[in-house]
Write a protein that binds this ligand. Structure first.
Ligand code: PMM
Length: 265
């Protein structure tokens, strides 16, 4: 899954594809590089970010979804049912909601009605205050329990189980050691029995790894470490990885495939 952020302020590629024509060109390139899905989002979820209005989010994502859906499979990365509905009308074929349906009480019903796949990420609150919620007894057990409860609630709201994908939410209400613990024990998330999406790409904990006492890697310098986590996620049996650098991800998946325990792409 290649990331197309149509935002002025994403931590990972802030502003680079904010103009629709730039986002379209970028999405086209990611497809050529081997992305199976393009994830188009108009709201930055970096820690501390303020939310755009719904009108602004629609203005950002709709032309890009419409253009890219002509070229390939598009998911819309949104927490708003109104944005999801408009993006599905514009050609998107799945919804990626970092709040797993918690941010908007209408989201689950909309997705159920449209019968599209839904990525439900582990989430504990909006970005402005989320790092204050990074408290766990056992991060793996707690995230798995919260994801299982979310999946049950989404099913109860009418989303077919076979359309659900779960995501442990790397970097969302999690400190570096929480992210590593989840990555180390991805098998526990997979044991929930649903496909798992992994989104580690360019996140802060990858900027910090091995850098004690030194400056962290800048976001654009995190693609090699991201690729290593991609190979790990694939070998563990993840359904997908959400990445900025598709070339590196394809290389990592080729290595993972050669090493075994991952099916052919
Ligand atoms: N991370 C970001 C945005 N959307 N969606 C899913 N399912 N999983 C993630 O980990 C995730 C996401 C934030 O990263 P970005 O600002 O680089 O897009």
């Amino acid at each position: 899954m290649g990331v197309v952020n149509v935002t002025p302020d994403s931590f990972s590629d802030g502003g680079a594809w904010f103009q629709p024509e730039d986002a379209l060109a970028h999405g086209r390139l990611l497809l050529e590089q081997g992305a199976d899905v393009l994830d188009v989002g108009g709201e930055s979820t970096r820690p501390g970010a303020e939310r755009p209005s719904e009108a602004e989010e629609l203005r950002r994502v709709l032309p890009v979804v419409e253009g890219l859906a002509r070229l390939g499979t598009v998911s819309v990365d949104t927490m708003r049912s109104g944005v999801a509905a408009a993006a599905l009308d514009a050609g998107a074929s799945l919804v990626n909601d970092v709040s797993g349906g918690l941010a908007d009480p209408e989201m689950a019903a909309l997705v159920a009605e449209r019968g599209v796949p839904f990525v439900a990420m582990h989430w504990r609150g909006h970005s402005a205050g989320m790092q204050d919620r990074a408290h766990y007894d056992d991060v793996v057990a707690d995230v798995c329990r919260e994801l299982r409860e979310r999946a049950e609630a989404l099913e109860a709201a009418g989303i077919a189980r076979e359309r659900l994908v779960l995501d442990p939410g790397f970097g969302f209400a999690k400190l570096a050691h929480h992210n590593w613990e989840l990555l180390r024990r991805l098998d526990a998330v997979l044991d929930l029995g649903l496909p798992v999406l992994v989104g580690t790409s360019r996140k802060k904990f990858l900027g910090l790894v091995g850098r004690e006492g030194r400056e962290e890697r800048a976001p654009l310098e995190r693609d090699v470490v991201t690729a290593v986590t991609t190979a790990h996620a694939a070998r563990a049996g993840a359904w997908g990885v959400r990445v900025h650098d598709v070339v590196a991800a394809v290389d990592a998946l080729d290595v993972a495939e050669e090493l075994g325990s991952v099916g052919p792409r």
